[in-house]
Design a protein around this ligand. Structure first.
Ligand code: MG
Length: 383
């Protein structure tokens, strides 16, 4: 019994690779691709870091302990005035904020930091620095280990806006990490259509869960969202304490609304356009196969295009091809049909799909004709 079940699974997998385009629920107003669609592009391959926290292959390294080359003084763009101490970058009091030479928008950022082992100062005066996404939105850096201050200013807070969910601070002098997912606010003209957002893990613990920025970071005051360039440098704060940083890397990530076929704000007109684009590609692909003499593969490829977009002329071509294929199959002697059993059943499955999902109801006649033949040959009997 177990063996039987396994062989069914294997047969299902084989079917998936050969007729995957006409397999899962078809595209619709909110989805450009079918479920399990083999035409859907595969995501780019990224080699992850050797250990958690290590940069993946597509990360931009902003500091690896060896050089301050990616950074400049925020004041005047002169060479980075902070110093390197034992592979860490350290704030030099009074030298001011530093910023990256490159500019970034939406990103994934990893950064490690530690506050001085010897405690000096209290509250906001103890190990204070900050990570300023786009130079504008501050994720607070502070020694918050048994150090009381206002909640919206402790480590892991979005400064002056939102406290961290929990205090996941390590002791002074111990390395800590932030893993950040950041999206900038989105504007259409001067209308804010979506606030910026930030998700932060502090030492692996979730402390900001998709916080929606109210404004831009400042001190004491509530602020309003402000329009800015789509890419801006990352900044680190000099708050007068010798806080250290290491292992800083960033990955630019897409706007999650940018791909309207997967994001939460899917727009019917964008989906339609995407489907038309996929269909055109598949039609071109099918034509190449047909020209090369791959008649059946080319025909089936052309049928696939219908699930994305039904062009009247293409539909007619598809129905004509199906009709002549069905005629040919109906006329085959049993021995010849047996040799092509896999192909014929595959074609029948395609046509059944196109009829069932009302993509091409005109395929019913050729489908039925092939099905009659299959039945005659005993292929449809349940074993
Ligand atoms: Mg700060």
């Amino acid at each position: 019994m177990k063996h039987f079940a396994l062989s069914i699974v294997a047969a299902g997998a084989a079917a998936l690779s050969s007729f995957a385009a006409l397999y899962g629920d078809p595209p619709d107003d909110r989805h450009a691709w079918a479920v399990h669609d083999m035409n859907r592009p595969r995501p780019p391959v990224v080699t992850p870091g050797a250990a958690p926290g290590q940069p993946p292959s597509d990360a931009i390294i902003l500091f690896d302990g060896s050089s301050l080359d990616e950074w400049v003084s925020d004041k005047d763009g002169s060479p980075c005035p902070w110093r390197i101490v034992d592979g860490a970058m350290e704030v030099v009091k009074g030298k001011g904020y530093i910023r990256t030479k490159r500019a970034f928008g939406d990103c994934q950022l990893h950064i490690e930091w530690r506050t001085p082992t010897v405690i000096e100062g209290t509250g906001q005066g103890r190990g204070n620095s900050g990570v300023f996404l786009m130079g504008t939105y501050e994720l607070q850096v502070l020694d918050s280990y048994e150090n009381d201050t206002y909640a919206d200013g402790q480590a892991g807070s979005i400064y002056a806006e939102n406290p961290p969910l929990v205090n996941a601070s390590r002791k002074p002098g111990e390395w800590q990490s932030y893993d950040i997912v950041f999206h900038q606010p989105k504007w259409e003209g001067d209308r804010l259509v979506r606030p910026g957002s930030i998700t932060v893990f502090h030492n692996g613990v979730l402390v900001q869960d998709h916080w929606l920025f109210e404004g831009t970071s400042t001190h004491r005051r509530r602020t309003q969202p402000k329009q800015h360039e789509p890419k801006l440098p990352l900044k680190l704060q000099d708050h007068g304490n010798p806080v250290q940083f290491r292992n800083i890397w960033i990955r630019e990530i897409p706007d999650y609304e940018g791909d309207y076929t997967t994001g939460p704000y899917r727009r019917p007109e964008a989906i339609r356009a995407k489907r038309a684009e996929i269909a055109a590609q598949i039609r071109a692909d099918a034509d190449k196969m047909l020209t090369a003499g791959n008649t059946v593969e080319g025909m089936r490829r052309l049928w696939e295009s219908l699930i994305y977009e039904v062009q009247t002329s293409t539909l007619q071509r598809c129905v004509d091809m199906a009709t002549s294929y069905a005629r040919e199959v109906a006329a085959l002697p049993a021995s010849e049909a047996e040799k092509r059993k896999g192909q014929i059943l595959g074609v029948m499955g395609d046509l059944e799909y196109l009829v069932r999902f009302e993509i091409a109801p005109a395929m019913k006649a050729p489908h039925d004709e092939i099905r009659r033949k299959a039945d005659e040959l005993g292929w449809l009997k349940k074993k």
